[in-house]
Design a protein around this ligand. Structure first.
Ligand code: COA
Length: 310
């Protein structure tokens, strides 16, 4: 059976760091202690632009795969914070990285990267050779910095992978879903700020991602005991803990990067993947569960054998 595999990866965060103490000292009625205990976050990176972070992360992924933009059939940028309403941010990435093929954006909020990975895998099965998949968001532009219920959670960042046609499938199972009736629990209007019912998002996310991960594992024919690394969306460490415990995956098998990055939406999963591969936690042959959720509500999970072979 032919399939695809990841051959390059990269990530990018803006230089400017805003710590929990910076938020408290800036007048937000909160504390480092409260934020860390309730979310696992210590700091977030802010001041990025979705296209520039995408370009840096994408270039790293291309270099790692040993290819150039000329070798890429399609670039997909998963984002809900594009530089402009039109054209897509992928157009800027296309120009700057010299992509030969097509370009499009994908909007599934924080689930966007996994949705895009699934789409890319499907497009490769129809004949494309190599796709650059990027998850990037600049949530700091949409944060209400006076709302302590949401301002503490978000940041900016980008992560990217090169997905290539391969003789063997390494993406072994997928699940995706949505519940549009829950779109009111998290949203941002044109020219508006992030508005959210945090408790309801928390509850819905745990339920949806747990079931979605089970569906993806069933499709792949693997059990939770076989998962070497859970690479989850980084929204709140307590959400990650709840999902991991319901799945029977110990927390020392979960990649947690939220302390440094907070929630940068479509970027969290590729950044967590990049981080854990670079620090050698994830090794060739490991079985990964990617899983996340976003406003919509949307959710998506993927089971992947890590076989970069570079
Ligand atoms: N600092 C200090 N106190 C805070 C606070 C903050 N930043 N935010 C809320 N509080 C207070 C509340 O006012 C409340 O006080 P009260 O008991 O006197 O009324 C108390 O802390 C508990 O608030 P609550 O809203 O119940 O906290 P929580 O444990 O649910 O945590 C979130 C709030 C937002 C951190 C949590 O619900 C969450 O992470 N939800 C998911 C959001 C998410 O992931 N969104 C993105 C989706 S991709």
């Amino acid at each position: 059976m032919s399939g695809s595999r990841i051959t390059g990866w990269g990530s990018n965060l803006p230089e400017k760091v805003l710590t929990n103490n910076d938020l408290a000292e800036g007048g937000l009625d909160t504390s480092d202690e409260w934020i860390f205990e309730r979310t696992g976050i210590r700091q977030r990176h802010v001041g990025g632009s979705t296209s520039q972070m995408s370009i840096h992360a994408g270039k790293q992924a291309l270099d790692m795969a040993g290819v150039t933009g000329d070798d890429i059939d399609l670039v997909i940028v998963a984002t809900s914070t594009p530089d402009q309403l039109m054209p897509g941010t992928s157009a800027t990435v296309h120009a700057e990285l010299g992509i030969r093929g097509g370009a499009c954006d994908m909007q599934a909020v924080c689930s966007g990267f996994t949705y895009a990975l699934m789409a890319a895998n499907g497009l490769i099965s129809t004949g494309l050779e190599r796709i650059l998949v990027i998850g990037a968001d600049t949530l700091s532009d949409y944060v209400d910095w006076e709302d302590r219920g949401s301002a503490i959670l978000f940041g900016d960042g980008a992560g990217a992978v090169v997905l290539e046609k391969h003789d063997n499938a390494t993406l072994l199972g997928f699940d995706l879903g949505a519940d549009g009736l829950h779109r009111h629990i998290g949203y941002t209007d044109h020219d508006g700020k992030i508005t959210m019912d945090g408790k309801e998002v928390f509850r819905t996310a745990v339920r949806a991602v747990t079931q979605s991960a089970k569906n993806a594992m069933a499709e792949a024919g693997v059990t939770a005991e076989e998962i070497d690394w859970f690479v989850p969306h980084q929204a709140n460490v307590r959400i990650i803990e709840s999902i991991a415990s319901r799945l029977g995956i110990p927390m020392d098998k979960a990649v947690v990067t939220i302390q440094d990055t907070a929630n940068n939406s479509a970027a969290t999963i590729p950044i967590a993947l990049d981080t854990a591969v670079r620090d050698a936690r994830i090794q060739p042959g490991d079985l990964l569960l990617l899983g996340g959720f976003g406003f919509g509500m949307t959710w998506a999970s993927a089971i992947m054998r890590w076989e970069p072979n570079v």
